[in-house]
Design a protein around this ligand. Structure first.
Ligand SMILES: *Cc1c(COP(=O)(O)O)cnc(C)c1O
Length: 380
């Protein structure tokens, strides 16, 4: 059997172990320390330097702490992009709040500003209140249409929590994803563009918000020699050992983005002449994707009947891991009673779309093998 080709694997740069070693030698084997501070500094600088960044145990934790700081509580509504990973929406439920899902636009696959406004107006009409926050997502690294989303959000005075978990290094109009919303969310899970094995970060609007984030993430201890608490806290800080991995990974992030973009263009070139195959594509020069995952759409009307499932199963037989696009939240059993504002876009993407092996450690030969298996499936 040929070697398995995976969707997206961790890809070390080389200096990660040096920083882990340092943590051990200095006995900073705790959820704070020099690696955490340095990693936060690197992230802040990379994102433009303006906004403080707090390293956390996961991207999910970052969303949770952002919503808490926006005052989201029991019975509130929060608007969330439907076409996403469940981690974008779960923290809404942690707080006893209710998600309201909004569909994607065709050209970015992310939250439609038009449907966002429809949802806001209708929720106000139905409940008498505006939703408490808006969570757009930059799926697969593609920036959402942030001008449109921010314009609508500002029109109604609703803060944005920008889920940039898949989009570290992506930018919109020259500005890094994660810096548009009141809060920005990053993830360093094992399959993301860089990893700390598990981890995340919250991009904060002010130093005060960053301090509040650290306070909430470290069990909300009041200032006192003993343990005293006036508020409910969480154990969400990133380990200093994990942050050592992050430090090494930040040194090679630009290379990882280059390689993911290269892989994307290899796929694109291979299928540009083939009818019925299209890709998630930067709509124009304003959008710069890190192409975390390369994703294609199969239109059976133009492929002579070959479907997404045919291609997925052909890859599976050839020991190549692929995956359907995210199943939208509004058709997930757990969220079936949540309101939804949409036009069928994300359901079509879910039906016809496939994520291709995109890890930066894949060789040109690996990509050629994937391409050849898909080509063969298309000929049948
Ligand atoms: C990975 C991911 C998250 C959650 O990040 P974790 O670090 O795994 O908790 C949130 N949103 C999206 C869109 C993601 O892909």
């Amino acid at each position: 059997m040929t070697e398995k080709i995976w969707l997206s694997l961790a890809h070390m740069g080389g200096s990660e172990q040096k920083y882990i070693q340092e943590a051990f030698e200095t006995n900073w084997v705790v959820p704070l320390g020099p690696n955490v501070n340095a990693f936060e500094g690197q992230l802040r600088t990379y994102l433009g330097g303006e906004k403080p960044v707090v390293a956390l145990s996961s991207g999910t934790a970052a969303i949770h702490l952002a919503l808490i700081q926006l005052g989201v509580g029991y019975g509130d509504e929060v608007i969330c992009q439907s076409f996403t990973f469940a981690a974008s929406a779960n923290p809404i439920a942690y707080l006893g709040a209710k998600p309201v899902f909004v569909d994607s636009e065709v050209h970015t696959w992310n939250m439609s500003p038009r449907l966002l406004e429809t949802a806001i107006v209708d929720r106000k009409e139905k409940t008498g209140r505006f939703p408490k926050a808006i969570i757009p997502v930059h799926l697969y690294g593609m920036p959402a249409s942030m001008d449109g989303i921010m314009t609508v959000a500002e029109r109604y005075g609703i803060p944005v929590v920008e889920d940039a978990a898949e989009a570290l290094g992506s930018s919109y109009k020259g500005r890094k994803c994660g810096t548009f919303g009141r809060f920005g969310v990053l993830s360093f899970n094992g399959n993301k563009i860089i990893t700390t094995s598990g981890g995340g970060a919250l991009v904060c609007p002010t130093e005060e918000a960053a301090a509040e984030t650290v306070f909430l993430a470290t069990q909300a201890r009041d200032e006192a020699p003993h343990y005293q608490h006036s508020r409910i806290g969480y154990n969400y800080r990133l380990s200093n050992v994990s942050a050592g991995i992050g430090r090494g990974q930040m040194e090679i992030l630009p290379l990882r983005i280059l390689r993911r973009r290269e892989i994307n263009s290899l796929y694109r070139k291979a299928f540009e002449e083939i009818k019925g195959i299209s890709f998630q594509t930067e709509p124009n020069g304003d959008y710069h994707s890190n192409y975390w995952l390369s994703t294609l759409i199969v239109d059976p009307e133009d492929t002579g009947g070959v479907t997404r499932e045919d291609i997925r199963l052909a890859c599976d037989r050839a020991n190549i891991e692929t995956r359907p696009l995210w199943k939208p939240m509004h058709i997930q059993p757990v969220f079936s009673s949540a309101p939804f504002y949409g036009d069928g876009t994300s359901e079509r993407l879910f039906r016809d779309g496939l994520c291709l092996p995109s890890g930066s450690s894949l060789t040109d030969e690996d990509i050629a093998r994937v391409i050849s298996v898909i080509r063969q499936a298309l000929r049948h």
